[in-house]
Ligand binder design. Structure first.
Ligand code: SAM
Length: 284
């Protein structure tokens, strides 16, 4: 059977299975896609990346730059990328259907935040193969404390579903709660259960509607001195509108460092954003 014909035959089976297993999330997927398409009519937001985002982040955290954690990351990143590549995974832009794996800049920011803030509770949305999850969990292991909750609505493609969380080794899973489903359904419930959180990462669906939904809720639960990190801010106006709503908190626009150029992005790389609640770390 030709490849095209196989896809035509497979698609209804996937849809039937999605309807049977999770009709609510199927409906949410359709609504999110619709609003994402409508948002694309607006011209892109003209963010200006800050070349010195990393020293500024460290100064806001009250630690010297480069910190000890930066050096740890330099050593760990090539080892983990090497082992994932050796296991047959291609890491980088559009390597998980249309989605990107966490890039070096984003993952390094998460590493330094996790090592320096020593968070007890971290929430992220969007797992894919789990690059950010792996590094947050490795950092928690070195801290000797912390738990990560990851909300993720995986693609319907069974091959991609098999790869979900592939980067997260079993030895790290005691600190990890993987919650399958959309952030729209699960984030409010999770935040209600957790009370306060220390660190939040948005890396799920990059529409303004979804970014604001997640950020507005996570911000309410984030402790003073905690941080929210938002990937792919250049894909929508969500980060801009959020920082306009909360202008008194320090925010940074950071350039991504993908392993290969991402030709869909205005700068071939993409951008991510960081907002520190209260600007400075409060409980050292
Ligand atoms: C950019 S990838 C995540 C990359 C990952 N953080 C990493 O570091 O490699 C985005 C993931 O979010 C999932 N996703 C899409 N829409 C979602 C939603 N509404 N809620 C939660 N996850 C979603 C996608 O299926 C995909 O696995």
């Amino acid at each position: 059977m030709s490849h095209a014909l196989q896809n035509v035959v497979r698609l209804p089976a996937r849809m039937v299975s999605a309807i049977a297993t999770d009709p609510a999330d199927l409906w949410i997927r359709a609504l999110e896609k619709f609003s994402e398409r409508r948002e694309r009519r607006r011209p892109p937001c003209q963010y200006q990346a800050e070349p010195d985002w990393e020293p500024r982040l460290h100064s806001l955290l009250g630690v010297a730059w480069p910190c000890v954690a930066c050096a740890e990351f330099q050593e760990l990143w090539p080892k983990i990328i090497g082992s994932l590549t050796a296991s047959g995974l291609r890491i980088g832009p559009q390597s998980f259907g249309p989605w990107n794996d966490g890039d070096t800049g984003l993952v390094r920011a998460m590493w330094c935040l996790t090592r320096n803030l020593r968070p007890a509770k971290v929430v992220e949305t969007g797992v894919a193969r789990g690059l950010t999850s792996r590094f947050i969990l490795e950092a928690m292991e070195r801290n000797g404390t912390g738990h990560l909750w990851s909300i993720d609505l995986p693609p319907t493609n069974p091959e991609l579903q098999r790869q979900v969380g592939a980067a997260v080794e079993d030895r790290l899973r005691d600190r990890w709660s993987y919650i399958r489903g959309s952030s729209r359904r699960h984030l409010p419930v999770l935040l209600h259960e957790l009370g306060q959180i220390d660190l939040f990462l948005h890396d799920s669906l990059h529409s303004e509607r979804n970014v604001r939904f997640e950020l507005d809720r996570a911000w309410g639960a984030l402790r003073p001195g905690g941080a929210a990190v938002i990937d792919d801010i250049d894909a929508n106006w969500g980060f801009h509108s959020f920082t306009q709503t909360f202008p008194s908190h320090s925010s940074l626009v950071c350039e991504a460092e993908p392993l290969q150029p991402d030709l869909r992005r205005f700068n071939g790389k993409g951008l991510f954003g960081i907002v520190l609640k209260g600007g400075r770390r409060i409980d050292a």
